[in-house]
Design a protein around this ligand. Structure first.
Ligand code: SF4
Ligand code: SF3
Length: 543
């Protein structure tokens, strides 16, 4: 196997024998075969849209299928076989509306074998061919991997938006163009740099559509206090990113005396008025980031619903009460459709739930998305002008298991009192319950939301730049980001597309970025690896 797509890749080089995430070589081969099949669908879809034929259904399916290959989403061989067969069926049905005499490359005429063993071999061959295409130029291969992994990020966001009925041809057209381009041998380093930056531009569109989908469906997030201390009662835990799944669970548990707790990246769900206000049994948040789930799921006294990444291989002590939805899968875990969550409700009703009443209820606050922050923009701008707020830090991104990630906790702890920290995504769980106080009514720690709410953070930065009649790079704002999986790759490319300089990235640099490509990025964008909290803080404040 060959997989380098996430930050925990073995020895920082690549997973070649077994995935550090728990992914088996067979699943890896099936994921590669699915990517191969999707490249074939993409080739036909590109030809189709040039003939004026577009199918949003195919675009939505392709995004869900590629999303399934993202780190910690799906480990289930059978589900990948289904995705591969459906991809080929969709590809061939699209061909029927095109002229019959068109010529297709290997990926567009590929037929899946009839047994698991042969499919795995097909996947290994597909992976070998893809890698051997890259042996000629390590830097081009590095950028091809960057584009492939960034496309997985776009796929995730476009899929969430599509689940709420929001689509955009610009996203699907680029998605297909870039997937189809992965097989081309005539593109040089500069071409791939341009494709990677275009990916950043289109990921911004995908996040914008998702922002519209979430805010038009559930209202703009408002600052909301969320209990992190459970209350007595039966309980269901829901994790991942998908708000449509949260809504479905809330609808189906309404009036049943069951509290719904969010986990991981679903904490920001509490900020959406049409979820929190409509369904008061969306009670609290339980646990922290994904890498702590084996302990937290084990201790949670109810069933657990996984809507997206990050799923870890479940322990036997709780695996019979974990359910998967959407693109998520794991062998022997029950996979449900959101329309019928009855098995989850049955388990919640049968279990005791939380039984102890805590003396103190601790809370955290979420919901500082663009609308909430910009509604107090005048106060913020005045505080900056008066020198009360010296600097803003965006400390966000993914969390993970490595001890080096303690950097982000220390960084936030050392941020001076006259500075504000904006945060987003699951990296915040390293400091989300700290009380940093406020500056003249502006909280010093503001949770903008999930990783896709990077869109909101960008809008806040652009609005501040506009108010100060400058550009984002001239603002007293520094970005200190942590990455783990492929959505972070697409967001980083968006920030580079926007020309944002001096981003600090950690805890380690991606294995798939070659030294020359990193040098190019550091020369052009001053992208840099994190050092120590003190050194980086001083550099940010003195620039
Ligand atoms: Fe390794 Fe990450 Fe790939 Fe899993 S997703 S196999 S940990 S590089
Ligand atoms: Fe987290 Fe997996 Fe990336 Fe959405 S849940 S940010 S790591």
């Amino acid at each position: 196997m060959f997989c380098t797509q996430c930050e925990q890749t073995t020895r920082g080089e690549g997973c070649f024998i077994w995935g550090a995430c728990g992914k088996s070589p067979d699943v890896d081969a099936l994921q590669d075969l699915l990517t191969h099949a999707l490249r074939g669908l993409a080739e036909v879809a590109v030809t189709a849209y040039r003939h004026g034929v577009r199918q949003a259904k195919a675009g939505h399916f392709a995004c869900e299928a590629l999303f399934a290959t993202l780190t910690n989403v799906n480990f289930d061989e059978d589900r990948f076989i289904e995705y591969i067969r459906e991809t080929v069926e969709l590809r061939d049905s699209l061909k029927t509306v095109l002229p019959a005499d068109l010529e297709w490359s290997d990926v567009a005429i590929f037929q899946p074998a009839d047994s698991l063993e042969k499919l795995v071999q097909q996947g290994k061959d597909a992976e070998y061919n893809f890698i051997s295409q890259g042996t000629g130029d390590v830097d081009v291969f590095s950028l091809k991997l960057t584009v492939l992994y960034g496309l997985k990020g776009i796929a995730a966001y476009a899929h969430h938006a599509a689940e709420l009925g929001y689509h955009d041809d610009r996203v699907y057209d680029f998605f297909y163009d870039a997937l189809a381009a992965l097989g081309r041998r005539d593109l040089d380093l500069n071409d791939w740099v341009q494709i990677a930056l275009k990916l950043g531009e289109i990921n911004l569109v995908a996040m914008e559509i998702l922002d519209a989908a979430n805010t038009e469906t559930y209202g703009h997030p408002v600052p909301t206090q969320v209990p992190i201390t459970p209350r007595p009662g039966k309980a269901i835990l829901i994790s991942g990113h998908d708000l449509a799944d949260v809504e479905a669970l809330l609808q189906q548990t309404a009036g049943k005396g069951i509290d719904v707790y969010t986990h991981g990246e679903l904490l920001p769900a509490h900020g959406y008025p049409k979820l929190k206000q409509k369904y008061p049994h969306l009670y609290g948040h339980y646990g922290t980031a994904w890498q702590n789930q084996t302990r937290e799921f084990n201790e949670f006294p109810g069933p657990i619903v996984m809507t997206t990444n990050c799923l870890m291989p479940p322990k036997s002590s709780y695996r019979d009460r974990v359910f998967t939805l959407g693109a998520v899968g794991y062998p022997d875990l029950k996979h449900l459709q959101r329309q019928d969550l009855t098995p989850v409700i049955h388990i919640a009703s049968a279990m005791a739930g939380f039984t102890e009443k805590a003396a103190d209820i601790k809370t955290v606050t979420t919901g500082f998305a663009r609308n909430a922050v910009l509604s107090v923009a005048d106060t913020v701008i005045e505080a900056v002008k008066q020198g009360k707020i010296r600097h803003f830090f965006l400390v966000g991104g993914c969390d993970g298991a490595k001890t080096e990630r303690g950097y982000y906790t220390e960084f936030v702890e050392r941020v001076p009192d006259d500075c504000v920290v904006l945060t987003l995504a699951c990296g915040k769980f390293r400091f989300f319950d700290k009380d940093l106080g406020d500056i003249g009514g502006i909280p010093r720690l503001m949770d903008v939301g999930q990783c896709n709410d990077a869109y909101s953070a960008i809008q806040i930065a652009l609005a501040l730049a506009n108010a100060f009649d400058t550009d984002v790079n001239q603002l007293p704002l520094s970005m200190v980001l942590s990455w783990y999986e492929q959505k972070a790759v697409s967001i980083l490319l968006t920030l580079l597309y926007l020309g944002i300089q001096n981003i600090r990235l950690g805890p380690t640099l991606p294995a798939f970025i070659s030294p020359k490509v990193f040098e190019l990025l550091s020369q052009t964008y001053h992208l840099q690896k994190i050092t120590t909290p003190d050194e980086d803080l001083a550099a940010c404040l003195n620039r």
